[in-house]
Design a protein around this ligand. Structure first.
Ligand SMILES: Cc1cc2nc3c(=O)[nH]c(=O)nc-3n(C[C@H](O)[C@H](O)[C@H](O)COP(=O)(O)OP(=O)(O)OC[C@H]3O[C@@H](n4cnc5c(N)ncnc54)[C@H](O)[C@@H]3O)c2cc1C
Length: 316
């Protein structure tokens, strides 16, 4: 346990959490961002962002995240790469349990996003690390001259197929959509080692000690068939708010998103939530950042016991 008491502990280092950090740190509140990984959030998965205001040339999600993080650090926020595994919100001073230490804070902002997809394909969990992977950059070299499939229809999936094609003898790019949502020009589509299988769903993954084959289903005809593969790389976007570490301490909707008031306060006073983990309908970087701003100003109001949130510009 650290003896340091933070004014604001922010759980999650995506656009919502880092924007909140920027505002609270700039307001001279002692702020720390606890982030599982700078590459694990939704924005980190995005190859190309061109609709965030002020970004006139496309940037990768990771580049935009770096800008957000550097801005928050510049204003004095601390950043710790650690996964939050539990909380205790029952007292006025709240506790947040990281993998290595416990943090104490007067207010909490939960901004853990919605990338909480659990292994969903039968066989996926069983063969994880035995042919199933989520990272071509990490594992492609293990599949030299073998046949692999990439499951997903994001640009991320295509990028990872581009890594795999340098090693594997065949890469099947499997998308449940009839018209996958990525541009099909350019690499890796020019390679004769890449076969697009649109309108196809992976029903299950099979093997012995390692993956040997998958069962496929044609999404139109319903026809099923087996296909031998040695590796299954899965890039299905997560769509489950990351709330498991909260142990149902705050009110959560039927869809498992965190319910908040307009001030972004949760059912527990002093605990706020922002971004994709909340029940907002629009999931975009600019919206997550805006929620983060509101949560930060509300946390500041809570700490200073004011009746109204102060606009950030009112002190400049
Ligand atoms: C493939 C893809 C493409 C997209 N393209 C666009 C686009 O072009 N334009 C756009 O505006 N939006 C886009 N979005 C949506 C946008 O990325 C999200 O709306 C936005 O990132 C949400 O921000 P967030 O901070 O709420 O969550 P996230 O960005 O998901 O960040 C959550 C953070 O919480 C951390 N975290 C999770 N669990 C824990 C834990 N237990 N302990 C500590 N930290 C934890 C994660 O590591 C991560 O850093 C895209 C999303 C995806 C998936």
């Amino acid at each position: 346990m650290t003896d340091e008491l933070y004014d604001v502990i922010i759980i999650g280092g995506g656009p919502a959490g880092l924007t909140a950090a920027q505002y609270t740190a700039r307001s001279k509140l002692k702020t720390i961002v606890l982030d599982k990984s700078p590459t694990a959030g939704a924005l980190a998965y995005s190859n190309r962002i061109e609709n965030y205001p002020g970004i006139t040339e496309p940037v990768t999600g990771l580049q935009l995240l770096d800008m957000f993080r550097n801005q928050a650090l510049k204003f004095g926020a601390e950043y710790a790469e650690t996964q939050v595994v539990g909380i205790n919100f029952s007292d006025e001073i709240k506790e947040v349990f990281g993998t290595v230490k416990t943090y104490k804070g007067k207010t909490i902002i939960v901004a853990t996003g919605s990338m909480g997809r659990k292994p969903g394909i039968p066989g996926e969990e069983q063969f994880l690390g035995k042919g199933v992977s989520y990272c071509a950059t990490c594992d492609a070299a293990f599949f030299k001259d073998l046949a692999v499939c990439v499951v997903g229809d994001s640009e991320e999936a295509v990028k990872e197929a581009g890594v795999l094609v340098r090693f594997a003898k065949m890469v099947y790019l499997i998308s449940p959509l009839k018209e996958p949502g990525y541009p099909m020009d350019g690499p890796p589509f020019s390679s004769d080692k890449v076969l697009i299988m649109a309108g196809t769903r992976v029903v299950s993954i099979h093997g012995t000690d390692v993956v040997t084959n998958i069962k496929l289903k044609n999404t139109e005809s319903g026809e099923e068939r087996d296909m031998p593969v040695d590796g299954v790389f899965i890039y299905l976007a997560g769509n489950k708010p990351v709330v498991d570490f909260l142990n149902a301490s705050v009110s959560i909707s039927e869809k498992a998103c965190i319910l908040t008031h307009r001030s972004m306060e949760t059912s527990i006073p002093g605990v706020f939530a922002a971004g994709d983990v909340t029940c907002g309908e629009v999931r975009q970087v600019v919206v997550a950042a805006a929620f983060g701003c509101i949560a930060a100003l509300s946390a500041e109001k809570f700490i200073h016991n004011r009746t109204r949130a102060r606009s950030d510009w009112s002190k400049s």
